[in-house]
Every structure is written in C-alpha cells, then in structure tokens.
Design a protein around this ligand. Structure first.
Ligand code: GDD
Ligand code: MN
Length: 837
C-alpha cells in the first residue's frame, strides 16, 4: 500500500519474494532444518550478547559499508550482534564479508538462495529473529532510512524500560516522514496506517506507526512461530497477534535512502492488503470461537440471545415497514430499498442493543461501537443477504417475505458477531491505555505560562537527614519531617505548581519522555485542566504539577513524590520498605501484611496495650545495617480499625465522615480505581477530584492512641501477619526477600508509577540498577532480622507478638537501649548513621 509509488521495481524475484500462502506453509515446515546465520566476525563471546539487530537486505551492497560503521558504533555498548538476512542477487554478501571484520560487534550473515526466500522481507526478519541470541531483537532497514544512531538509542531505551515492544514512529512527537521521499509516498503511507488502525481499532489504539520497519521486541514476549506475515509489515502482524504486549514508541526522524532503490512495489501494496485481510479474518474467527468456557456464563449468554432476538423482531418490523415504504410509495428498486431499510433498522437495533442488552458491559465510545455495529451488520446484511434475497425474488417469493426470511436466517450469526466481537468484554490481555512516547529531540521550549506564579518553596522537609524536599504545596504525609531551616538551594526535590501540557484536549493520556533532557511529562485528556505533571530529573529533581493536582496533595505525594523519593533514597543507600515498625520494650519489631489484613489495627493495639514506640505504619526507612528510621506518615484508617482501638479523640463529625471515607478509600475502592486505570480514562484526574471531595481518612498516630514516636531502632523481628489457622513458622532468607519486594511493588501498583519508574535515572543509575541496589539494601537489612509468618484467625497478632517476645527473651535486658542517636539533627550536629555526610 505504501509502496504503490514504486511500480517500476517489480522484478522476477519479487514474484518469489512476494510468496503465496502455500510458500509460507512450506517455509513453516522447513523450520527445523532452517539454516542458521554463520559468523562473519565474532569479537566477543555469544554469552555477552543482549541485543540482536536483525537487518534484512536485498541488493544493498552500496549501503553496507556506511551502515556497518555507523551501526557498529551505535550498538557496541549494548552488547549487540548484527544478523543480516540477505536475499540479494548483487554483491551484498561479498561487501559484508569484507567490512564485517572492522565492526566492534559480532556480525552474522544468512544468505538465502532464490529458492528459499519465503515470506519476502517479513520471512527474512522472522528467520533472523529465530536465530537471535539477545534478550531483545531490533529490526531495521539497511538503506540508512533508519539512522543507526537513532536505532541505537531506541534499543537502549527499549532495554531500560519495562515494556515488550518499542516502535520507532514517524507519526508522533517530533518524528517525521521527511525521508519517505515524495508526497505520494507519504500519502499512501499515512492512508495505509489509517486503514490498518480502523481495522484494528483496539489493538492499534496506542500505536501511531504500526507500519514502521524500525522496532524492537523482547524475544520472550513474542511467539515467533505463531506469526505468519507476508510482505513488508512484520510489526503490524506482531502487534495484532500480541494484544497484551506492552508498547512504547520512540519518535525519530526518518532519513532518505542512502543509495540503491526501494524494493517496494505496487505488488507489495496488494500483498499488504492481502495481509491485512488475512489478519483481520483470522482475528474474527478467533473472536467467534471464544465461547464462554464455564457453564455459569452460558445462561447469561442465552438470556442475551433471547433479548437480542426480541430486539431483532422489533427491528424486523421496522425493516419491513421501511422496505414497504421504499418499494411501494417511493417506488425504488427493491435491492436499493432493502439496503436503505437495513440502515434504518440497523440504527434502531443499535440503539436498543446498546442501551438495553449491553448497557453494563459496553466499552469505548458510543461512536466507535456504532461504527463497528454498522460496518459488521452492513457487511453481513447486505453482502451476504442481498444475493439470497434476489434469488428468492427470482424464485417467485414476495419481496417482503424474502426480506423477512433472509433477516431471520442471519439471526444467529449476527448475534454471535455482536456478542463476541463488538461487545466482547475484550480479552484480559489488553494494551495499556496510556500512550508512551520517547522523544530523541529536545523538549519544545516551555510555553509562556498563562499566569505568572511565584517560585518560592514555602514548605521544606528533611526526610530523616537523607533527602530534602521543598514544595509550594503542603505535603501532609511529610509534615513530621518539616524543616524550614533547609535552604532553598539545598533541596533535592522541588515541587512547584505550574501549567503542564498542551492547551487542547487529547484522546488518551500520554507519558512523554525526552531522553536527552531527562524530562518526563504526563498529560491526561483534558489539556491543561487535567492532572498533568512534569518531572525533570536533575539536581534538584524538579516536579511541576498542574493546578488540578496541586489541590490534591495526597495524590501528588503518593503517586509522584513517594515514587521519586524511593529511588533517591536507594541512590543514597536506604530503602523505603512497605511495612510497619514499632519498638516494643527495646525490641525493634517490623510488620508486613497484604492490604486489609489488619496491620494498622495491630500497630495501634501494640502501641496502646503494650506501650510501644511508633516508627511507621505504611513505609519504613531501612538501611543495610539493620536499622529502621521512623517514617510516620498519617495513618489511613477505616472505621473498623478505629473501633478495634476505640479512639477517643475523634469528634462525632469525624466519626460520621469516616463511614463514607473508609468505604471509598477501602481495598474495594482502590481496586475499582485500579480496574478503571486499565481503561482509557483520566485516572489521575478522577483520583485527584475524588480525593478532593472526599479526602482519605488520615490521622496522625497519636490522635488515635496515646503513644510516643521513636526515631530509629535496630530491627530484630519481622512478622508477616496473615489471616488463617493460627500458626507460626520461620521464613527463609530468600523467600522473605522475595515477599518483601513483591509486597513493596504492590504498594506502587497504581499508575502512573509503572510508566514513570522505568524512565527514572538518578545520579547516572537507571531504573534496573536502582532496583538491583534496592534489593541489595533489603537483603543486607534482612540478614540482621529474624523473619516469621504469624497467622491468626481472630486478629490476635497484637497479643501474640508481645507474648512471643516475652517468653523468648526472658532474662534479656528490656531497657530502651536500642533507640539510636536521635534525629532530627541540626546542621553541624552529628548525623545518624547512613545519612548524608
Ligand atoms: N531479506 C530481504 N528480502 N530483505 C528485503 C526484501 C526481501 O525480499 N525486500 C526488502 N528488503 C530489505 C531492504 O534491503 C531494506 O534493507 C529493507 O528491507 C527495507 O526495504 P526498502 O526497499 O528500503 O523498503 P521501503 O523503504 O520502501 O519500506 C520501509 O519503510 C516502510 C514504511 O514506510 C520498510 O521499513 C517497511 O517495512 C516499512 O513498512
Ligand atoms: Mn527504504
């Protein structure tokens, strides 16, 4: 399709490369004996290979020297090998052999003789990918239209991010189609993209350039044997067949072909259409086969079918009446009349079906559903039905009767298509709704702010002497660490209110990363009104939040600041561990649990009944030396928790409010928000507004129970508390580590963390390195701690833990000797261990 402009390059070999389905099947069967690319040059061992760059070539001899020298330099640092899969008839092979030895990376070559060129370009790519040794595979063209430097950056970004497929796009951000060469080519390319996107509206929804020839994928996330592309569009096949793959895009500028000529042809255009048709029909068949597996899902399906039938009956009346009108008084040809009547009854059916039958399960926009409904129904009702209708009319059956008969005959097919395709709840594997884009260019000059705002950071915090924060909005979670003495120039993280993002609304939320500037921008649907933010990862880390977010400091803190704080802490040798911590008679005790087990109530009861010192309830600051430092955020409580400890100090109004609050901010509320976040909705905005209207029930600990706050403690005991048959069991070091990591990850499950985290770099350390460092800190910390699982079926942890400690530690000194030198420390005073020098 994109290739129509290049009619002239059709040659004998295109016939072979163009391939028929029969050829593909041959090719599939021959996979076992498929030859492997041989080595032209192997400077490093294969074990060091992390990235395989697959380059399909066909008569690219003139481009090889430049490609090899530029690409070699661009991917050498990534542990790359380059695999050429060559279908040339010129001297590409000789040129490759001559130049490969100068490359800093491994170069492999597979030359396919004319008889073995199955699948053309796509076949070549898959063949190369099957022999890749790297964890990541990147595919690119040999003609330097994909600048090797950009490709190298793309691979680097891909390997750092937590995604499965990374696409080089010419259609988003600063990407450009400049290099396509010619308006005709640009137009066909953009129409082909539109056509593909309209055929796969859901699967291609966050992908701006599904036709790209430059992309990378994680080998483990892709089932190469399940792919069967023809022609040029391997990526299209890949993303359609892997709906759950997490996708990011990198905007790059396409260059002009360096030398030689494009292998695209009118024939490729036809192959593309055939490929599209085949992909679409396979998918349709797949959807139709997805029948409910469980018996209990079949009854609702039956009910829907009956309802659909009833709606269909009313539609039949509408259709018949309309046909009569068009045929008799309006005197139109009966086929035209039937076609028009179908439009009316389809509209009628759509409204009823959409409103009545699928009211609760429908997804996406009404316009989107309507267009699919019309498209599919028209295809069926007109293409399939009209010929039969005509045949019946010729056979002497009355027009209205024929019409009704054919409509009724199609009932079951229509129902299945509606039920399983248009209104299917969608497979559980669905793409992230947020568009992720990395730009290789500088961010556009910051728009002149619509209002002038002051820059002064009114609220200063010093988090345990390790990280300092300055903010224009008050951060209730950090109030304990309030430290107005921190100088403006000393803050590690600055939070300011500012206009972020474009003026106009957009159809999806987007996370844009400017790789050169370490800038990240998250924008939601509502333009500047949305819950947008922008992070510049420098020193200081600059966070700008839009006005909507600024009004919901809880959201800003939990979803943005704490995530960054976590990694700044890691870079300074500490970890923010999801756990609670108290000091009981001198013993540092840590508690960990899944949400809603009863951790907070246990902490409160330990404090009230056993005179413990409070250090933390949600996140604890720990170090490799086994010491925990307090992190006393206000506690999020439920009415239930409070009843357990009979908090005296709350006012009646606060109690009343708590009933609502705890319902909304419960586990159920959170999981609803999480579910919502999988759809295309402005989730941060919804969250911000909800929290603004009904703030989460947060109270500082000593309003709930009388207690003291401890500053730091050596942790000796870790209890993972669970509900269930009472038991206590030791937990091995490895398993404890895994559980605590898992549990901490769960605490950060809410978007936009998963889009934000992979882009984080602090002091030159990327996300993967920081995660590794965090793991080491935790492992070292846990080596000082005894870990046990404590299950109880009557919320008895707060009694059992002190009991255990008492019996096990009889005779030991129970003085508060463990509380370490205290923080806060004024500048110049002795800093606590592990703090900044
Ligand atoms: N092995 C092999 N076999 N390689 C081939 C074949 C083939 O049959 N046909 C083309 N290639 C190689 C070319 O040598 C080049 O390295 C690369 O595939 C792209 O071929 P071009 O001839 O330069 O194609 P294009 O520039 O028209 O198309 C590119 O852009 C399209 C988007 O506009 C490709 O990247 C397409 O995949 C992409 O869709
Ligand atoms: Mn090209």
């Amino acid at each position: 399709m994109t290739e129509v402009a290049h009619v002239s390059s059709l040659t004998k070999d295109d016939e072979e490369a163009g391939e028929s389905d029969g050829g593909i099947r041959r090719h599939r069967n021959s996979r076992a004996s498929e030859p492997a690319p041989h080595y032209l040059h192997r400077p490093v061992s294969d074990r060091q290979v992390r990235l395989s760059v697959v380059v399909p070539t066909r008569n690219e001899a003139e481009n090889i020297p430049t490609l090899l020298s530029r690409l070699g330099g661009a991917v050498a640092a990534l542990g790359a090998e380059i695999i050429f899969v060559d279908d040339s008839d010129d001297d590409t092979v000789d040129v490759l052999a001559r130049h490969a030895t100068d490359a800093p990376v491994t170069v492999r070559l597979l030359h396919r003789p004319p008889s073995a060129r199955a699948g053309g370009l796509s076949g070549a790519v898959l063949h190369g990918a099957r022999h890749a040794r790297g964890e990541w595979v990147m595919v690119m063209d040999a003609d330097l239209q994909h600048p090797p430097e950009s490709a190298g950056r793309l691979a680097d970004i891909a390997m750092r991010h937590d995604v499965d497929v990374v696409i080089g796009t010419r259609y988003a951000g600063e990407g450009s189609t400049e290099g396509l060469g010619g308006a005709a080519r640009e137009a066909t390319s953009s129409w082909a993209t539109r056509l593909a996107k309209s055929l796969f509206p859901r699967r291609l929804t966050t992908i701006s350039d599904p036709m790209s020839g430059l992309f990378a994928f994680r080998r483990a996330a892709v089932d190469l044997d399940g792919m069967n592309p023809i022609g040029f569009k391997v990526l299209l096949e890949l993303v359609v067949r892997h709906p759950g793959a997490r996708v990011a895009e990198v905007a790059y500028e396409m260059a002009h072909r360096h030398a030689g000529r494009s292998k695209a042809s009118a024939r490729e255009g036809l192959t593309f259409l055939r490929h599209l048709g085949r992909l679409r029909s396979r998918r349709l068949v797949g959807q139709m086969r997805e029948r409910p597996a469980a018996a209990r899902d079949r009854l609702p399906e039956l009910i829907r079918m009956v309802a659909f039938g009833l709606v269909g009956l009313t539609g039949l009346v509408v259709n018949t009446a309309a046909l009569w009108f068009f045929y008799e008084p309006a005197n139109l040809h009966h086929l035209l009349g039937a076609a028009l009547a179908t439009q009316l009854s389809t509209a009628w059916n759509f409204v009823l079906v959409d409103l009545l039958i699928y009211r609760r399960t429908r997804q996406g926009s009404r316009a989107g559903r309507a267009s699919r409904f019309f498209l599919l129904n028209n295809l069926l009702l007109l293409l399939l039905r009209l010929p039969v209708l005509q045949a019946l009319v010729w056979a002497g059956v009355g027009i209205l009767t024929s019409n009704a008969l054919t409509l009724a005959a199609l009932f079951l097919v229509r129902f299945l298509i509606n039920d399983r395709v248009i209104y299917s709840p969608g497979s559980t594997a669905r793409r992230d709704p947020v568009r992720m884009l990395v730009s290789l260019r500088a961010p556009e000059a910051a728009a002149t702010p619509s209002r002038k705002r002051y820059q002064y950071l009114a609220y200063r915090y010093d988090v345990a002497g390790v990280v300092t924060i300055g903010s224009q909005i008050m951060l209730p979670e950090l109030e304990f660490f309030r430290a107005q003495w921190v100088a403006d120039s000393d803050v590690d993280i600055a939070v300011r209110v500012s206009d972020v993002g474009g003026r106009g609304p957009q159809r999806r939320a987007a996370m844009t990363e400017y790789a050169n500037e370490s800038v990240l921008r998250y924008e939601e649907h509502l333009g500047r009104l949305g819950a947008n933010f922008r992070i510049q990862l420098g020193s200081p880390i600059d966070i700008q939040v839009g006005p909507l977010l600024a009004r919901s400091p809880h959201v800003v803190y939990t979803n943005i600041i704490e995530a960054l704080l976590r990694f700044v802490l890691v870079s300074r040798g500490h970890m923010l561990l999801h756990s609670a911590c108290v000091n009981l008679n001198g013993v540092g005790v840590m508690l960990s649990a899944l949400t809603d087990t009863g951790k907070t109530a246990t902490v409160l009861r330990l404090l009230r009944d056993h005179g413990g010192h409070f250090l933390s309830d949600d996140m604890t600051l720990i170090g490799p030396d086994g010491v925990a430092t307090c992190f006393p955020k206000p506690l999020t409580i439920s009415a239930h928790t409070l009843r357990a400890v009979q908090a005296q100090d709350l006012t009646p109004a606060e109690w009343r409010r708590l009933q609502f609050q705890s319902r909304l901010h419960s586990k159920g509320g959170r999981s609803l928000a999480l579910t919502l976040s999988r759809f295309n909705v402005p989730i941060m905005g919804i969250n911000a507004i909800t929290q603004r209207l009904i703030p989460p029930p947060k109270y500082s600990v000593d309003r709930l129970v009388p207690c003291r706050i401890g500053t730091s403690t050596r942790v000796e005991e870790l209890f993972i508390i669970e509900r269930g048959t009472p038991r206590i069991s030791e937990l091995g070091a490895d398993e404890t580590l895994e559980r605590m990591i898992q549990n901490t990850d769960d605490a950060y499950g809410f978007p936009p963390f998963r889009y934000l985290a992979p882009a984080i770099t602090i002091d030159g350390q990327g996300y993967a390195q920081l995660r590794q460092r965090e793991r080491e800190i935790l492992a070292a910390f846990l080596s000082h701690v005894r870990s046990r699982v404590l299950a109880s079926d009557r919320f008895g942890w707060a009694d059992e833990i002190p009991n255990l400690l008492r019996t096990e530690r009889r005779g030991l000194p129970t003085e508060q000797q463990v509380l370490l030198p205290t923080w806060p420390s004024w500048p110049g005073a002795l800093a606590p261990s592990g703090a900044r020098a």
